[in-house]
Design a protein around this ligand. Sequence first.
Ligand code: HEM
Ligand code: HEM
Length: 173
Amino acid sequence: MSSKNTNNSYGWVAKTFHWGLFLIIVYQFWLGNNFKELELAGRHFSIGVLILLLMLLRFSWRASNPVPELPDGTGKLQAMGAHGLHILFYILLIGLPLAGIAIVQSKGGTVSFFGLFSIPGILEKAESSADLAVTMHIIFARATLISVILHLLMALYHHFGKKDDVLRRMLPW
Ligand code: HEM
Ligand code: HEM
């Protein structure tokens, strides 16, 4: 399998990003809802920064590769919808960790990446910014969840309804 995408298939780099990030994001959602009781805040923050870095790398990879086209006969509106949802994932999964960093910094804390380095402090301590950042973080997380459900339903519809190869071309095997 080639590393690069072609006009009708994903290469192994895009697939590794897709499924690797899928697993990390599922775990990160679980942490988001449980880290306070389990005292795993540092892990939620570090993994969030990891997702941010991987999404930036993944976006540069996507930008330097062909994006596989949808099968012949796909309507313009549906193609735009699919493309738009993919771009929305990049916006949400970059905005979500940034809002997370904003929460911690505006509460006067420091975000460390697995103890290796710290994110430079950009925001000053301010309760009002912290409240706004928490609201943004929660809205972005909900929007991501809804988008993933929609994305999953569309993948299943392609495979079982339209019986095309859109799901198969993203599978690792
Ligand atoms: C893509 C990455 C991330 C995802 C998917 C994510 C997801 C979540 C979720 C689902 C919650 C629970 C929200 C709720 O109460 O409904 C949460 C809370 C939180 N997250 Fe994240 N998070 C991410 C990145 C980060 C980062 C990078 C930080 C900080 C460096 C962070 C800091 C926090 C904090 C402080 C809370 C608690 C907010 C509160 O006071 O209720 N998150 N996160
Ligand atoms: C955290 C969850 C997920 C995120 C953030 C996500 C994100 C993305 C993104 C951004 C793309 C566009 C290709 C790229 O830029 O890499 C994509 C493509 C794709 N995803 Fe996901 N995905 C998730 C989960 C899933 C799941 C659970 C399935 C199916 C069971 C799935 C099936 C697909 C398929 C089939 C494509 C190819 C679509 C096409 O060829 O146009 N994804 N996904």
